[in-house]
Design a protein around this ligand. Sequence first.
Ligand SMILES: Cc1ncc(COP(=O)(O)O)c(C=O)c1O
Length: 463
Amino acid sequence: MTSAANRDAVQFTIRAATNKLDVETRVERCRDATFGRAFTEHMVTLRWSPDAGWHNGQVEPLAPLLLDPATAGLHYGQIVFEGLKAYRLDDGCVGVFRPDRYAERFQRSAERLMMPQLPVCDFVHAVEHLVREDAAWVPLEQDRSLYLRPLLLAADADLGLHPSRNYLFVLTGFVTETFFGARRAIDVWLSEDYVRSVPGGVGAAKYAGNYAASYRAQEQAAEHGCDQVVWLDAIERQWIEELGGMNLLFVEPDAAQLVTPPLTGTILPGVTRESILELGPRLGLSVVERPVSVDEWESGCISGRFTETLACGTAAQITSVGHVRGHARSWQIGDGRPGPVAAELQALITSIHRGIDKASDGWLHRIDDTREGWSMADITKNTTDVSATITLIWGEVLTAQVSGESDFFESGGYSVTAARVINRISEIYGFNASIRDLYNNPRLTDFIDAMSAQIAKKVETCS
Ligand SMILES: Cc1ncc(COP(=O)(O)O)c(C=O)c1O
């Protein structure tokens, strides 16, 4: 069901929302950034049929889908999805983290479920379109991002028990904060009564049914005060596989190693996992993929051989596991609190997400924010005259003061424009000031004063 190789890229028709939300309403909608709630204003849809292949790309206002009650995907679960993130970069652009890797996994999931594979370039174009249209929604705050949710659904209105002939792709996005909120270690429950995946099954696919099937075990975990389920292998029930929505890594400092279960077809090949495996050597850690049993995990933590266990995924980023609980055993990892390797890896991956660390620059797919007056060309034009720039920023300060500073800082709207201007001035005058300085400064006026003083000093030195 792979689409023809030498085909043209899908064309997208753009029908933007006529009444885009004002900043205040958008800020209000994002106040609760609990996973999966604060959806943006647009969506991207695509269709697939045997005759036309991928076609009818639409960028349109977010709206309910009109589906026939006999839509095959709704009955038989022929549905796969993805989850990736767009981050606000320090230069004001937006960066999507490794969209090609998510696109490839989307293809593998589709292939497993007998669905057509969306070419990587069309997947990435769909993402670019949504991010451009909803650029104002990409948050500025360090612990927030725009989560992108591609979905592929069997669309035939036909309940014959066979793969659908027609498919619908839908891409939506929502503002989210790091899954487990404030930095804390999570507690996990050893699932000894239920299994997630079997050899030859669909565990390696991001198949919708995997998630509904995990709810019962997740409820059991919650009843025991745990945040997540640890899935074990289905045959021997002793080998560690992964968590409900994250992969696991074990830190063995004496061997300078990160250990993680291998991809044998029953666990999801996480993009975060893959990235950490590539980043480990930068922290002086070699990476070993090998099976780890529950007994080894427990004894390793008790003896101090495993000092940390890391849970990693797009939604949760890198989170430490504090305690493991099961029917017959329970133990603490380290002192039960977030560990140093987790913190170091999180800091490194955050700086990659934000475009600060350049060593893995190829992982970030940059998308310029093309809203009127927001492109780098506009900013450059604005910043050729310093006094005009300062006036522009002062204008924003006044707006902030009128609308209330906290909203201004939370909005990720006006402040981003100002931040871009600041970045540009910094470049022209060669001093260090960034969007973070702006954001972290509780009083924007002080920042502007400091910046003006730096410019004045620079001009004085040069003249
Ligand atoms: C079952 C499962 N394991 C692991 C992961 C982590 O994968 P990634 O790092 O690509 O988000 C996810 C999230 O997608 C998941 O659903």
